[in-house]
Structures are given as structure tokens and as C-alpha cells.
Design a protein around this ligand. Structure first.
Ligand code: NAP
Length: 323
């Protein structure tokens, strides 16, 4: 079977296609024919070897996907050959087949396309935990969503609206702003001007929460936009990592809360994984959550997918289609 492999860390060109033996599922594992593998920013960090995300080479990138169960390892339960499953947080799925822990897999229900399931797992779970658990958005809260036309951003905007929040959305230009508006954003703005928009919309008091996955370029202005005792959620760094932070700044900025969450701690139990993915699949089936697949690529074009994502040429979710 074909896989994408990273033999040395570096730019998109280090993603090469190789032939491998079919993997054997171990205890508690499923062998899955991968229909779609999600492309995520984390895959870029790992390909680059960016601390602390670096992995030992060689490795097969990708941690998210959906497909059909082809075989079960010893003791793997809850699934049968032929079932459609999806997962996030299981390494090695830029491949025609992947081995996935049964505990990390969820059944894809009727009414949800397999590719849509792959597209909504990692970014959908992230959007879900950000606005339900990290800072549970309450009706009337003013919320900043950065990169609102991106994979997480489009889903997060829709979920904040479901919870009754007012979304101030940043994007880099009008075409992306249109997508954020269609997702429900109330105010569209730029990375340079969002602070002024927050001040205007809140009468100077500030946003209840800023969800910032852009990082380096936006961090300081994001912090300045949070209301006293509000929350700064730094959940990524698509523009680069934020340098070390002096905690005393939180006092001067209004006794703020700050957190740097990561998905794995918000699906730590099987129940939590099933809660979040159950909500996602229900909303997709009911037409309440729109999942935008902004680009699909064959395995041989994984480098192009990474290049497009890093160069801000994409919207919504990118998928590799191995078959
Ligand atoms: N902590 C977690 O659990 C978790 C989980 C998933 C993702 N994340 C993080 O969430 C962020 C978004 O991930 P995603 O997969 O949904 O990506 P994405 O938002 O679809 O793509 C990144 C977007 O960031 C914006 N951006 C702003 N400045 C940028 C710059 N200098 N370089 C590149 N992009 C820039 C671009 O949108 P504009 O053109 O509109 O500016 C770009 O399209 C990433 O930082 C990722 O690491 C974190």
C-alpha cells in the first residue's frame, strides 16, 4: 500500500510517497481502508520538526481520517469489518490503510458522508471544546474568532452562534470574510482593526473571550481586546509561536485568564469523545453545521496541500484522498 513518508524534517518537499507492507492491527486496534485523511496545521509543525511537536523520522504524517474497517486486531471491540469509522489523534494516516486504536474511533452514522466525517473530526472537536468547555460561550457574549474562514474558524463561528454569542471575525480579505459571514459572523474585520471593532461593539468593555489560533501575529492585540476577568484562549500558532509570556501582564490587562489548550485533553475519556463527535454528527445530519471541504488532493500531492495551507491559500478543511 502507498503512504506518505517524512524521512527528514523540512519544507513541504520532504513529503514523499512510498510503498509499504500492509500493516497488521495489534491488540485493540482496527485496520482501516482510509477514504479521506485530514490535513491539519499540526501536520506542518511535525513535518518541520517544530518543538515540541517533532517526531522521530521516518514517520507517516496525519492523525485524522475516516474510512472502512478492513480487519480487527485481537480484543478490538465495538466495530465490525465494513463499518465506517472516523478518528482524530491517531498517527500515520496519510496512507491507503492505517492502524487506529478502537478506543480512538467513532462510528460514522448514516446521513454523514465519509469525507465529511473526516473533515469535521479534529477541527470540529477543537471548535466544540473551545466554546463548550474551555470558555463556555453564554448568550450575548462578544467573542473574537481569528482566521474565521479556516478549518477551525468556520466551525467555531457556527458553534458560537448556536450558543448565542456575538462573533467578531478576522480574515485576511473579502473572499474569506464572505465565508465567515455565511457561517454566521456578526462583524467582519482584519487583523489590524479587530481591536477597534471590539471596542466599538462592546462600548469599550472588551470581548468575553478571544479564540486565537494565529498566535505570534495577533497575540498582543488579542490580549488587549479581552474584557476585565475575560479569557484569552491561545490554541495555535499559524503565524508562529508566541514567545515566553510574563504572567504579571494579566493583572495589568484586567485580571485576565489565559489558557493554551490542546485537543487531546478534551477527549481524554471515551465519553467525552462520544459527546463531542455525537454533537458534531447530529448537527451535520440536521443541517445545522455546515462543513466546508475547501480542497482535496491525492496522496501524491500532500506537499501541495501543505504548501497551500501554510501560504493562506485555503479555506475550510483540506483532505487527502488516498484511493
Ligand atoms: N489546540 C488545538 O487543540 C488545535 C486543534 C486544531 C488546530 N489548532 C490550531 O488552530 C489553528 C488553525 O488550524 P486550522 O487547521 O483550522 O488552519 P486554518 O485556520 O484553516 O489555516 C490557517 C489560517 O490562519 C490564518 N493566518 C493568519 N496569519 C497567518 C500566517 N502568518 N501564516 C499562515 N496562516 C495565517 C490564515 O487565514 P487568513 O488568510 O484569513 O488570515 C490561514 O488560512 C492552527 O494554529 C492550529 O495549529 C489547534
Amino acid at each position: 500500500m502507498r503512504v506518505v513518508v517524512v524521512n527528514e524534517t523540512g519544507g513541504p518537499g520532504v513529503l514523499t510517497v512510498a510503498d509499504r507492507e500492509q500493516p497488521q492491527p495489534g491488540p485493540g486496534q482496527l485496520l482501516v481502508d482510509v477514504a479521506a485523511a485530514g490535513v491539519n496545521y499540526m501536520d506542518i509543525y511535525q513535518r518541520e520538526g517544530r518543538p515540541p511537536y517533532g517526531r522521530d523520522v521516518p514517520f507517516v504524517p496525519g492523525s485524522e481520517g475516516a474510512g472502512t474497517v478492513a480487519a480487527l486486531g485481537p480484543g478490538a471491540s465495538g466495530f465490525a469489518v465494513g463499518d465506517r469509522v472516523a478518528w482524530a489523534g491517531a498517527p500515520g494516516c496519510y496512507a491507503e490503510q492505517a492502524v487506529v486504536p478502537a478506543m480512538a474511533a467513532v462510528a460514522v452514522p448514516d446521513g454523514v458522508e465519509t469525507a465529511t466525517a473526516a473533515a469535521v473530526m479534529l477541527q470540529g472537536i477543537t471548535a466544540h471544546y473551545l466554546c463548550h468547555s474551555t470558555y463556555p460561550v453564554a448568550p450575548g457574549d462578544t467573542v473574537v474568532v481569528h482566521a474565521a474562514a479556516g478549518g477551525v474558524g468556520l466551525l467555531l463561528t457556527q458553534m458560537v452562534k448556536m450558543r448565542g454569542g456575538i462573533v467578531i471575525a478576522t480574515t485576511s480579505g473579502p473572499a474569506k470574510a464572505d465565508l465567515a459571514r455565511q457561517a454566521g459572523a456578526d462583524h467582519l474585520t482584519s487583523y489590524e482593526e479587530f481591536g477597534a471593532v471590539v471596542a466599538r461593539v462592546t462600548g469599550g468593555s472588551g470581548a468575553a473571550v478571544v479564540y486565537d489560533g494565529v498566535g505570534l501575529a495577533t497575540f498582543d492585540a488579542s490580549l488587549a481586546a479581552v474584557r476585565p476577568r475575560g479569557m484569552m484562549v491561545l490554541y495555535g500558532g499559524s503565524s508562529g509561536p508566541v514567545p515566553p509570556f510574563e504572567l504579571q501582564r494579566l493583572a495589568g490587562s484586567g485580571s485576565l485568564f489565559i489558557t493554551r489548550p490542546t485537543m487531546i485533553h478534551y477527549i481524554a475519556s471515551r465519553d467525552e469523545l462520544l459527546w463531542r463527535t455525537g454533537d458534531l454528527f447530529t448537527w451535520v445530519r440536521e443541517g445545522r453545521l455546515s462543513v466546508r471541504i475547501g480542497g482535496t488532493y491525492p496522496l501524491t500531492d500532500a506537499a501541495r496541500a501543505h504548501g497551500d495551507l501554510a501560504a493562506r491559500r485555503t479555506t475550510g478543511k483540506l483532505l487527502l484522498l488516498p484511493r
